[in-house]
Write a protein that binds this ligand. Structure first.
Ligand SMILES: Nc1ncnc2c1ncn2[C@@H]1O[C@H](COP(=O)(O)OP(=O)(O)OP(=O)(O)O)[C@@H](O)[C@H]1O
Ligand SMILES: [Mg+2]
Length: 1078
C-alpha cells in the first residue's frame, strides 16, 4: 500500500535520459552517448516514447526478482525507470482492462537478447495474471514450450551460443478476467541448411548434441547411434562442446518439458527416431560408377548405414536406395527416369535430411499447438509475442538475408503506420490540431520486394517456373531489366548505380537501400533456395515407410494425392506468411522491444560504439525518435503535470482547488513559457520541445531545493521551539517540585514545633487541673476523715461502756479467722502434685501454724497415697504385697535385693501349661502354679550344679527334670522349716526340711538362682498362707545344712569370678561346703 502511494516519475533519479524523445539536442551521437551512459550504470533499458530499447548486459542483473515484478505491477508506464516489465505490464493491463489485443514485437540482431526478452515478458505475465490449478497448468505448458522449441530450433553460432534459427510468433490467449487459456505458435523459416552444413565455429541444432550426450545407453542402442560426435558427418566437430552448456542436462530438461507440454512417450520416441535418422543420413556416402553409355552414375559406398536408417524408419531398403539413384520427371503424362550422378546423389541426400528435419520441426510446433490450444470457445483476448530475426547485413548476403530484411521492412512499415496512427488518434482525442509529420515512409521498399507484378520476389518466382535454362544470372538480368529504374534498387546495370558510377558493386550482386541502410545481395543460390526442391522419388519413398510420423511428414508422397502442380516456392510461402502476420499485427495494439547487442565478444561491461551505432542505424531508432517527436515531444495528464510542477507558482502551491487543466494554465502563464511551446489537450498538456520540459524540470529542481531549505528551516525552528518548550516545561516542573519540597519541609517543622508547644501547654494545663482536683479531693477526704473520726469519737464516746468487755476477743477471733481463711485458700492454690513420691510442701506462712502445717502435710500425703492405692487392682495389689514382703525380708540384709527391686515378680516363667514339652508335668500338678523357673540344684556330694525346674503350688513344691519335665521330688510346703541365704549378691539358698519327713530323706536342698528374692518371698508367703506360720529366713555368711546324717557348714568366701555371677560351690569335706562368691 505504502509503495503505491509514493509518487515517482520517470524523470526522477535519471541516469542520462530515460526517454530518448527528451534528448536535447537530438543527434546520433547524443543518442549513443545516452545509451552508453545508461549501460555503464547498469540501466540496460531506455525508452523511445513507449518503445523499449534493451541493451544486452551479458550478465545476470538483479532486476528480474519477484520484488521487481511487484514494483512494476499496476504502475503507469512512465512512473518508474524504464524496464521491460513496465512494457509487459502496460500491455497486459490494457489487454485485461481495455479489451485491446496486444502484440509485442521484439527485434534486434542475433545475440541482442530477443529470445531472453520474450521469455521475460512471458514470465512477467505469468507472474501477474490469475492463479489456480488449471491456470497454472496452462502457464506451465506455455512456458515449457520454450525449451522444446529451443532444443530443435536453436544452435550455437558465432554470434550467439543459443541462437534462434527460426522466427517465432506466439499468441497467448486470455479470458475476460485476464487468466491465460492457451496459445498458438507460428514459426517462420527455419534455417534448415544448418542441418547439413554449419559455418566454422558453429554447431548444428542443439538436439543432436543433447541426444548423443544425454541419451541413455539403451536409448542410443535402440536408435542405433554412437555416443561420439565425430562419428557423424553432419555434426561440426571443432565446436561440438560449448562453454557453460551442459548438453546432457539440457536433454533431461527437454524431455521433461515435452512431458509437461503433453507429448506421449511413444511420440517422443518417434521424434527421436527421426532425429537419429537425419543424423545417420549424413553418413551415407556415394561413389561414382561409370556406365556404358558414358553417363556417370553413383553408388552407395557402405550400405550398412542405409540399412540401419531403413530399420529405424521401417523402410524398404531397396526403395530408398533407388530414390538416391534415380530421378523421375513427369512431363505431359510421361514418366522419364534419369540416373543421378554423385553430386546429384549428395544433393538428394542433403535435401532429404533438410526436409525431414524442417518438417519435423513444423510438426513439433503443430503438436505443441495442439496441447496448448485453448479449450474453450469463449471470446479470447490475445497477446502476441514476436521473436524474429532482426535486420541482417553480412559480408555475403544471400536469399535468407533478403527474406529476413524484407520481413523487417514490413515490421518497420507497420511500426510507422501504427505509431503515427496512434499519435494521430491521440491528437484527435485530445482535440489538438494535427500537424503534418515529416518522416521516411518505407512503403516504396516493400513495394520493390513484394509487388505482385514487378516485385523482386514475383520475378524470382517467374524465373523459377520458366521453362528453359534458369540460373541466378538470368534472374539478375531480369532484375536489371525491370527494377533498374527503381530509386532504391542498385546494380551494375541500373540507372542509379550508373549515375553513381559505383564500382564497388560486383557483377553478380544487386543492392537495395533498405530503410536501415544499404545491403548488397549475392544472387548465387537465390533460384535454388527459392525452389526448395525435393525430388519426388524421395518424398514418395518417405511416404512408403511404416514409420507413422515420417509418413505423416510427407503427405505429397502419396501417389493418390499426387499433383503435377509445383509446390509454392520458399519466397512466396514466406511472403504469404509475412502478409498473414502483418494482418494479424495490424489488428493489435503494438508494443516494441528493440534489442541491441553492445559487443561482439559476448562479454559484460563492454560497449562497442561502432557496433551499436550500426544497429541504431539499421533498427531505424533515430527514425523512431523523430517520428515520436514530430508533433509534441512530451505529453502528460494535467493532474500529474500539476502535481509535479505546482510548486513553481504561488497560486498553485501548495493547493490548487479548481480543475487541474486551469491549474496548469495558470502555472504556465505565470512561468511565461511561450504559448507555441505547448498545447492544451482535453486531458493532457502537450509540450513541443524537450528543452521546455527540461527548463521546467530545472525550475522544479531549484524550487525543490528552496522548498527543502524552507522545510528544513521550519523543521529546525519547530525542533528548537519544541525543545525549548519542553525545557521550559521541565524547568517549571522541577522548580514546582523543589518549592513544594521546601515548603513541605518548613510546614512539617512548624507542625512539629506547634505540636510540642501545644502538648506542653496541655500538659501544664492538665497538671494544674490535676493539682486542683487533687487538692479538692484531699479536702473532701480530709473532711470525710475528720467527719469519720469525729463520728467515731462520738460513737466510741457513746458506746465505750458496751465495747470494752469483749471487743478484744472478738477482734482476735476475727483476725485469726481471717488469717486461717487466707492460709487455706493460698495452700489450696499451692498444693504439690499427687505423686506419692513427691516430697515438696509449700513453705509455712505463719509461725503459729507450724504444727497444723506439718499435720496437713502428713494428711495430704496419706490421702494422696490412698488415692494412689485406690487405683490398684487386686492382682496389682498382690504383686505389690509380694514386693513389700520381699523388702521386709531382704532389704538392707542381702546385697542381691537391690537388683530385684526393678524386676516384676512374674511367677510362671516357663509357661508350663502352654508349653507342650511339659504336658506330663502339667498333668501331675493339680493346683495352680505360683512359680515355675529353672534353678540350679547343687549336688550335695560335690557341690556341682544341675538345672532343674523349680515349681511351686499352694501345697507343694516340685523339682523336675528340665528337659523331660519328669518330677524328681515332691515336697509339701508344710515340711519346710526354714530357708538360708548369704548376705552377698550370690543366688544360693538352702531349703531346710523337717526332720523325719519323707522329703528330707536325702537332706536339705541347695539351689542357686538369679531370682532368689522372688523364689524365697513366694515360698515364704505360700507357707504362711498354708500354715499361718512364718518360716525363718536366715541371712548369714555361714549356716548349717543337714545332708543325710551329716550337718554341713556352708561357708561363703570372697573369690575370683569364675562362671559369671554364679557362685562356685565346693565340698571341702564332710563338714564344709565352700561357696566362692565374687
Ligand atoms: N536481459 C538479459 N540479461 C542477461 N543476459 C541476457 C539478457 N538478454 C540476453 N542475455 C544474454 O545474451 C544471450 C543471447 O540472447 P538471446 O538468445 O535472447 O539473443 P537473440 O536476440 O534471441 O539471438 P538470436 O537472434 O540469435 O536468437 C543470452 O543467452 C544471454 O546470455
Ligand atoms: Mg533468439
Amino acid at each position: 500500500m505504502m509503495k503505491s502511494e509514493v509518487k515517482t516519475s520517470l524523470l526522477d533519479n535519471m541516469i542520462g535520459v530515460g526517454d530518448s524523445v527528451l534528448l536535447e539536442p537530438l543527434t546520433e551521437d547524443t543518442f549513443l552517448e545516452n545509451l552508453k551512459n545508461r549501460f555503464d550504470h547498469s540501466e540496460i533499458y531506455t525508452y523511445i516514447g513507449s518503445v523499449v530499447i534493451s541493451v544486452n548486459p551479458y550478465r545476470q542483473l538483479p532486476i528480474y526478482t519477484p520484488e521487481k515484478v511487484e514494483e512494476y505491477r499496476n504502475r503507469n508506464f512512465y512512473e518508474l525507470s524504464p524496464h521491460i516489465y513496465a512494457l509487459a505490464d502496460e500491455a497486459y493491463r490494457s489487454l485485461r482492462d481495455q479489451d485491446k489485443d496486444q502484440c509485442i514485437l521484439i527485434t534486434g540482431e542475433s545475440g541482442a537478447g530477443k529470445t531472453e526478452a520474450s521469455k521475460l515478458v512471458m514470465s512477467y505475465v505469468a507472474a501477474v495474471c490469475g492463479k489456480g490449478a488449471e491456470v497454472n497448468q496452462v502457464k506451465e505448458q506455455l512456458l515449457q514450450s520454450n525449451p522444446v522449441l529451443e532444443a530443435f530450433g536453436n544452435a550455437k553460432t558465432m554470434r550467439n551460443d543459443n541462437s534462434s534459427r527460426f522466427g517465432k510468433y506466439m499468441d497467448i490467449e486470455f479470458d475476460f478476467k485476464g487468466d491465460p487459456l492457451g496459445g498458438v505458435i507460428s514459426n517462420y523459416l527455419l534455417e534448415k541448411s544448418r542441418v547439413v552444413k554449419q559455418p566454422r565455429g558453429e554447431r548444428n541444432f542443439h538436439i543432436f548434441y543433447q541426444l548423443l550426450s544425454g541419451g541413455s545407453e539403451d536409448l542410443l542402442k535402440q536408435l542405433k547411434l554412437e555416443r561420439e560426435f565425430n562419428q557423424y558427418n553432419y555434426l561440426c566437430l571443432d565446436s561440438a562442446k560449448v562453454n557453460g552448456v551442459d548438453d546432457a542436462a539440457n536433454f533431461r530438461t527437454v524431455k521433461n518439458a515435452m512431458q509437461i507440454v503433453g507429448f506421449m512417450d511413444d511420440e517422443v520416441e518417434l521424434v527421436l527416431e527421426v532425429v537419429a535418422a537425419v543424423l545417420k543420413l549424413g553418413n551415407i556416402e556415394f561413389k561414382p560408377e561409370s556406365r556404358v553409355n558414358g553417363l556417370d552414375e553413383s553408388r552407395i559406398q557402405d550400405k550398412n548405414e542405409l540399412k540401419e536408417i531403413c530399420e529405424l524408419l521401417g523402410q524398404d531398403q531397396a526403395v530408398l536406395e533407388r530414390a538416391f539413384s534415380f530421378r523421375t520427371v513427369e512431363a505431359k503424362q510421361e514418366k522419364v527416369s534419369t540416373t543421378l550422378n554423385v553430386a546429384q546423389a549428395y544433393y538428394a541426400r542433403d535435401a532429404l535430411a533438410k526436409n525431414l528435419y524442417n518438417r519435423l520441426f513444423t510438426w513439433l510446433v503443430n503438436r505443441i499447438n495442439e496441447s496448448i490450444k485453448a479449450q474453450t470457445k469463449v471470446r479470447k483476448k490475445v497477446m502476441g509475442v514476436l521473436d524474429i530475426y532482426g535486420f541482417e547485413i553480412f559480408e555475403n548476403n544471400s536469399f535468407e538475408q533478403f527474406i529476413i530484411n524484407y520481413c523487417n521492412e514490413k515490421l518497420q512499415q507497420i511500426f510507422i503506420e501504427l505509431t503515427l496512427k496512434e499519435e494521430q488518434e491521440e491528437y484527435i482525442k485530445e482535440g489538438i490540431e494535427w500537424t503534418h509529420i515529416e518522416y521516411f515512409n518505407n512503403a516504396i521498399i516493400c513495394e520493390l520486394i513484394e509487388n505482385n507484378t514487378n516485385g523482386i520476389l514475383a520475378m524470382l518466382d517467374e524465373e523459377c517456373l520458366r521453362p528453359g535454362t534458369v540460373t541466378d544470372e538470368t534472374f539478375l538480368e531480369k532484375l536489371n531489366q525491370i527494377c533498374a529504374v527503381h530509386e532504391r534498387f542498385e546494380s551494375r546495370m541500373s540507372k542509379s548505380s550508373r549515375f553513381l558510377n559505383d564500382t564497388t558493386l560486383p557483377h553478380n550482386c544487386f543492392r537495395i537501400q533498405h530503410y536501415a541502410g544499404k545491403v548488397m545481395y549475392h544472387v548465387e543460390g537465390f533460384v535454388d533456395k527459392n525452389n526448395d526442391l525435393l525430388y519426388r522419388d524421395l518424398s514418395q519413398a518417405m511416404w512408403k515407410t511404416n514409420h507413422v510420423l515420417v509418413k505423416a511428414l510427407f503427405p505429397e508422397g502419396n501417389p493418390a494425392k499426387m499433383s503435377l502442380k509445383r509446390p509454392p516456392t520458399a519466397g512466396s510461402q514466406f511472403k504469404a506468411s509475412v502478409a498473414t502476420l502483418m494482418k494479424n499485427l495490424q489488428t493489435k495494439n503494438p508494443n516494441y522491444i528493440r534489442c541491441i547487442k553492445p559487443n561482439d565478444q559476448k562479454t559484460p561491461h563492454v560497449f562497442t560504439e561502432a557496433l551499436v551505432r550500426h544497429q541504431v542505424r539499421y533498427l531505424g531508432l533515430m527514425e523512431n525518435v523523430r517520428v515520436r517527436r514530430a508533433g509534441y515531444a512530451f505529453k502528460q495528464p494535467y493532474e500529474s503535470c500539476l502535481e509535479r510542477y505546482k510548486m513553481l507558482c504561488s497560486q498553485t502551491w501548495p493547493h490548487w482547488r479548481q480543475g487541474a487543466r486551469d491549474g496548469v494554465k495558470v502555472l504556465l502563464t505565470e512561468l511565461q513559457i511561450p504559448p507555441e511551446e505547448f498545447s492544451y489537450g482535453r486531458s493532457k498538456i502537450f509540450i513541443r520541445n524537450p528543452r521546455t520540459l527540461f527548463e521546467l524540470e530545472d525550475l522544479r529542481k531549484r524550487r525543490l531545493e528552496d522548498l527543502a531549505t524552507l522545510i528544513q528551516k521550519i523543521y529546525r525552528g519547530w525542533k528548537c521551539r519544541t525543545h525549548f518548550l519542553l525545557m521550559k516545561k521541565s524547568q517549571i516542573t522541577i522548580s514546582a517540585w523543589t518549592k513544594r519540597h521546601f515548603q513541605r519541609k518548613k510546614y512539617l517543622h512548624l507542625k512539629s514545633v506547634t505540636l510540642i508547644i501545644q502538648s506542653y501547654i496541655r500538659g501544664w494545663k492538665a497538671r494544674k487541673l490535676l493539682r486542683e482536683l487533687k487538692y479538692q479531693k484531699l479536702c473532701e477526704e480530709s473532711a470525710t476523715t475528720i467527719a469519720a473520726y469525729w463520728r467515731g469519737f462520738q460513737v466510741r464516746r457513746e458506746y465505750r461502756k458496751f465495747f470494752r468487755a469483749n471487743a478484744g476477743r472478738k477482734i482476735y477471733e476475727f483476725i485469726v479467722q481471717r488469717i486461717m481463711q487466707k492460709y487455706f485458700l493460698e495452700l489450696k492454690k499451692k498444693l504439690p502434685s499427687m505423686s506419692p513420691t513427691e516430697t515438696t510442701w509449700p513453705a509455712r506462712p505463719y509461725l503459729f501454724l507450724d504444727n497444723t502445717h506439718t499435720e496437713l502435710k502428713r494428711i495430704f500425703h496419706l490421702w494422696r497415697c490412698k488415692k494412689y492405692r485406690d487405683q490398684f487392682t487386686a492382682q496389682k495389689r498382690a504383686i505389690f504385697e509380694e514386693k513389700l514382703e520381699a523388702s521386709e525380708l531382704f532389704k538392707d540384709k542381702k546385697a542381691l535385693y537391690a537388683n530385684s527391686v526393678c524386676q516384676p515378680f512374674q511367677g510362671d516363667y516357663l509357661e508350663i501349661s502352654k508349653n507342650p514339652k511339659y504336658q506330663k508335668l502339667t498333668g501331675a500338678v493339680e493346683e495352680k502354679i505360683l512359680l515355675a523357673d529353672v534353678v540350679n540344684k547343687i549336688n550335695r556330694a560335690n557341690g556341682k550344679g544341675a538345672p532343674r525346674i523349680f515349681l511351686l503350688t499352694q501345697s507343694n513344691f516340685f523339682i523336675a527334670d528340665q528337659k523331660s519335665g519328669q518330677i524328681k521330688s515332691t515336697i509339701p510346703v508344710m515340711d519346710i522349716t526354714s530357708v538360708s541365704v548369704s548376705k552377698q549378691t550370690d543366688g544360693l539358698f538352702a531349703v531346710h526340711l523337717k526332720e523325719g519327713s519323707t522329703a528330707a530323706a536325702k537332706g536339705d536342698f541347695l539351689f542357686t538362682s538369679d531370682r532368689l528374692i522372688e523364689i524365697i518371698t513366694k515360698l515364704y508367703r505360700t507357707i504362711f498362707f498354708k500354715t499361718n506360720q512364718k518360716i525363718n529366713v536366715e541371712i548369714n555368711n555361714e549356716f548349717l545344712v543337714q545332708f543325710n546324717q551329716d550337718k554341713v557348714c556352708v561357708k561363703f568366701i570372697q573369690g575370683a569370678q569364675k562362671n559369671g555371677n554364679l557362685p562356685a560351690c565346693k565340698r571341702k569335706n564332710n563338714r564344709l561346703l565352700e561357696v566362692t562368691v565374687p
